[in-house]
Design a protein. Structure first.
Length: 933
């Protein structure tokens, strides 16, 4: 039903269009399901048939005899000698063709027999050999067919010769006795032919049942082999089940032992392998993420490096060409200067050798002096270190003495603080037990409160906005008013249960639109409405409808509207712009949308409207519908506005659904406000309902209560343990301080001994340094003297060597530049290649790092799951039961294994028997075939 408010026009009730009946009637909808026709196709099974050729040979031989006798009869007259010659020639050709045909058939049969014999001697490859035999036999048959063609040609020539002979016989008469004699011979040959054919047919009659029996035995053998394979597979599966059950039994026993140890306090959760796996895999995920991010940056850097290297390579090659040209020019100048320098080289070399020897001696003395200096510095450092360690040890000993003096007081305070903290935790855990028990006790009552309980639960939250509070309070006020409303104000008494006292809304009635189950039904209807708004092909372009919102106020309004509609079977529009009612629909959209859209589309076409572009188009279609006496208002109400806020209520009373909506327009702003009330998406509202339903889940609440009790017991036990062990803990703390004091005093004495030892070693190092310094001064004087001599030799040779030196320097500089540039080119090319390889490697590293990260996350999730599974165990009964079930499963698997092994042995015997029977049937067929040949 639809109802539209129009300014200045008195509201009136419009009769239901979904269904019309007497007051209180429930309209049922009949749905016809049409199934597609199905065609059963039975596949044809084409079985291989072996072509037997032996019988044909015997028949042909008999036929040959008959033909021969016939030819003699035809040639009885001397007057037809010429014709007989033709017959003889034709017969010779026929005989040759017959012989060729027989040979081809014999070859085919021989090939077939040989292939069958080979197949019988190789059981392991029987199937393959049989196929090869068939192929060879088929080839032989084809060859025989070719011989048949030659035979037919010869036969045709013989028939032509017969015709010529008959013609000659007519022209040259013979005696009656000669004809009779030849006719007798023909009759005898015909009888022989019939006998041969009868014999062959008799053998063929025996071949058919023998072949049928062979086929049946082959099928039985195939079935037996299939059964054997299945039995073997079943035995293998049974063994796998035994192995799996054994592993599960061992795991269940280990899990039980671990849980017992944890409850007895022998194992801390942090000591379990599962906990350590969570820690290690979490660290691995972090490292993998850091590595992937680092390598990603390295890939970008590698790309930049490659671009730079390519530019450097180009520049180096250009500079190499210039350097090579300059080197050639400088080389010519060197050749001339070398000749002038040769005379001075010898004296200079001798002076250099002497100088080098003096320098070597000086370096040796210098090294000895430096070693002595280092030894002295090391000794000084060791002394400073020893003195620092002594100061530290003295300080630590003094501190330890002070700490020992106040250790008992601090230990007692620490123990008392720990007891007080444990008491606080125990009190908190005990309070948590009470809270969990209260939540469990109130769950059933809250569930029966339906939407009222949901609203109160929401209002109890601390983080609500002003608009959310306004929406909830207005909805609650409307709901309370509706519970006080009586149908008597409408002059009606609906056919509702007597205990409802004729009220519109009754909190606690599970059939009421305000029940939680019916709210969930309403949510599904609203989801479907939004789907239809999004997919509608009339409201497109500027007329496209967005997803509608909802809130608590409009939902309660729709619930009240549904209950009114169920009782009145008519509209009672509550504070909204439009309203739809439906009775008896599992999905009211079938009536509201599907049926009326067809009417809407028809009228749109009749009016020539191709696309809805404005509300005027809709008004024209509504006017035409009114003229025709048809209803489309439910359909247009579902698409009431581009932006709208809606509510839906549903009750089992008369299967009533109610939809209402109002235009949102600009009233819904960024803060989701509609008339100062909050607005929710359908998914958001559904999430709120689901969260509330979950909070009333008794099984979860019972688990939370049990967990709170367990934690309370653990906290109480921990408190008592601290109280019991207080004195022992304090005494232990004092003993530790005293032992630490003794240790610190011993360390201080050891540090003082080390200082004396370091001071003695420093004095020895100083004496050694003084000796090495004197030797080094003497070596320096020798170097100075040799250097002066060398300089004199160089001055004498310098003038001659000047030109060469300059030339060589220029040449060497050019050569160095060339070589350096070659090296630069190689280096640049190598760097370019290195940059390319580095980029490829980094890209591969990035791929590997991303794979490692994915693997690390998978392992971390698995570790968390296992830890959660370990900590989810509430008592030992569950694990004990799991252990017993695992052991029972193991025994069951072992029993099943023995059963499958017995079945396997039986299947093996059946397969062997079937193989023997099949072999006998095959031998019988071959015997019959040999008689036919």
């Amino acid at each position: 039903m639809d109802k539209i408010k129009q300014t200045g026009i008195k509201s009136s009730l419009i009769a239901a269009t979904v269904a019309v009946g007497t007051a209180g009637a429930i309209v049922g909808l009949t749905t016809t399901t049409v199934f597609a026709d199905e065609s059963d196709v039975t596949p044809q099974v084409i079985e291989d048939q072996e072509t037997q050729t032996g019988s044909a040979v015997s028949v042909e031989e008999a036929q040959k005899n008959a033909d021969s006798a016939k030819a003699e009869a035809d040639g009885a007259s001397a007057a037809v000698e010429a014709a007989k010659d033709d017959v003889k020639n034709a017969q010779d050709m026929l005989d040759a063709a017959e012989e060729e045909k027989n040979k081809a058939q014999d070859d085919a049969q021989a090939a077939f027999d040989e292939a069958k014999e080979n197949a019988e001697n190789a059981d392991s490859q029987a199937d393959k050999m049989l196929e090869e035999a068939k192929a060879e036999a088929q080839a032989a048959v084809e060859k025989a067919g070719e011989a048949d063609e030659e035979y037919e040609k010869a036969k045709e020539q013989a028939e032509n010769a017969e015709k010529e002979a008959a013609k000659a016989l007519e022209e040259c008469p013979i005696t009656e006795s000669e004809i009779s004699e030849k006719e007798d011979e023909v009759a005898k040959a015909s009888e022989e032919l019939e006998e041969a054919e009868a014999k062959v047919e008799g053998e063929k009659d025996q071949l058919a049942p023998a072949q049928a029996e062979k086929n049946e035995k082959d099928k039985e053998l195939t079935a037996a082999n299939d059964n054997l394979k299945k039995a073997q597979a079943d035995a293998d599966d049974a063994q796998a089940q035994v192995d799996k059950a054994g592993e599960e039994s061992e795991k269940a026993e280990k899990d039980l032992e671990t849980a017992i140890s944890m409850q007895e306090g022998n194992i801390d959760l942090s000591d379990t392998e599962e906990y350590q796996n969570v820690i290690s895999t979490e660290e691995a995920v972090g490292k993998a993420e850091e590595n992937a991010e680092k390598i990603s940056g390295e890939v970008e850097k590698a790309k930049e490096d490659l671009s730079d290297a390519q530019a450097d390579t180009k520049e180096a090659r250009e500079e190499l060409e210039s350097a090579e040209a300059d080197e050639q020019e400088k080389e010519q100048a060197v050749i001339q200067a070398e000749e002038e320098k040769a005379a001075a080289d010898k004296e200079e070399k001798e002076a250099e050798d002497k100088y080098a020897e003096a320098v070597s001696d000086q370096e040796s003395a210098k090294a000895d002096k430096e070693t002595a200096e280092k030894n002295k510095a090391d000794a000084e450092e060791e002394l400073e270190k020893a003195m620092a360690e002594k100061d530290k040890a003295d300080s630590e000993a003094a501190d330890a003495e002070k700490e020992a003096a106040g250790a008992r007081e601090e230990a007692e305070k620490t123990a008392d603080d720990a007891i007080e903290a444990a008491k606080t935790v125990s009190d908190e855990k005990e309070a948590a037990v009470k809270d969990a028990q209260d939540a469990l006790d109130k769950a059933d009552e809250a569930y029966s409160q339906g939407v009222l309980g949901l609203i109160d639960w929401m209002l109890a939250k601390d983080d609500l906005s002003e608009s959310e509070i306004a929406d909830l309070e207005r909805a609650r006020t409307l709901l309370i008013n509706a519970t006080e409303e009586d149908f008597s104000r409408f002059g009606k008494t609906p056919n509702f249960p007597e205990e409802r006292n004729n009220k519109v809304i009754v909190i606690g009635d599970q059939y009421d639109a305000t029940s939680l189950n019916n709210i969930q039904k309403s949510l599904q209807i609203m989801k479907r409405i939004n789907e239809l708004r999004a997919s509608d092909d009339n409201y497109v372009g500027d007329m496209q409808r967005n997803d509608a919102y909802t809130n608590f106020y409009l939902m309660v309004t729709a619930e009240a509207g549904a209950m009114r509609g169920a009782g009145l079977l008519n509209h009672s529009v509550l504070n909204t712009s439009c309203e739809n009612l439906a009775f008896g629909y599992s999905d009211p959209n079938a009536g509201w949308y599907t049926k009326e859209k067809k009417i809407f589309d028809r009228i749109k076409g009749e009016l020539g409207i191709t696309q809805i572009t404005s509300s005027n188009d809709i008004a024209m279609i509504r006017q035409e519908a009114a003229k025709q006496g048809v209803v489309i208002g439910h359909y247009t109400n579902l698409l009431y506005a581009v932006d709208e806020i809606m509510g839906v209520g549903y009750t089992q009373y008369n299967g009533t659904s109610c939809y209402n909506a109002s235009t949102a327009r600009a009233s819904i702003n960024d803060d989701r406000l509609w008339n100062k009330l909050h607005a929710y998406t359908i998914d958001e509202f559904e999430a709120i309902v689901s969260e509330y339903m979950d909070s009333l889940n008794k099984e979860r609440l019972e688990e939370e209560l049990e967990k709170a009790r367990s934690e309370s017991d653990e906290a109480a036990n921990a408190l008592q343990d601290l109280i019991d062990s207080r004195d022992e803990t304090v005494n232990e703390a004092v003993r530790k301080q005293e032992e630490d004091l003794a240790s610190k005093k011993a360390a201080a004495k050891s540090a003082a001994d080390n200082v004396e030892k370091a001071r003695s070693e420093l004095e020895q190092a100083e004496r050694n340094l003084e000796e090495k310094g004197q030797l080094y001064s003497q070596a320096q004087e020798e170097v100075s003297k040799a250097g002066q001599d060398l300089e004199g030799k160089k001055a004498a040779a310098g003038k001659a060597a000047g030109s060469l030196k300059d030339a060589e320097d220029a040449r060497d500089l050019a050569a160095q530049k060339t070589e350096a540039q070659k090296s630069a080119v190689k280096t640049a090319e190598a760097k370019e290649k290195e940059a390319e390889d580095n980029l490829t490697a980094k890209q591969n590293d990035l791929t590997k790092a991303e794979e490692d990260l994915a693997q690390a996350k998978t392992e971390y999730e698995e570790a968390v799951r296992k830890l959660a599974a370990l900590t989810a165990v509430d008592n030992l009964d569950e694990l004990t039961k799991a252990k017993e079930e695992a052991q029972a499963n193991l025994k069951k698997a072992e029993d099943n294994k023995r059963e499958k092994d017995d079945a396997l042995e039986k299947a093996k015997q059946q397969a062997a028997d079937a193989e023997s029977e099949a072999e006998k049937a095959k031998e019988n067929v071959e015997a019959v075939e040999s008689r036919i040949r």
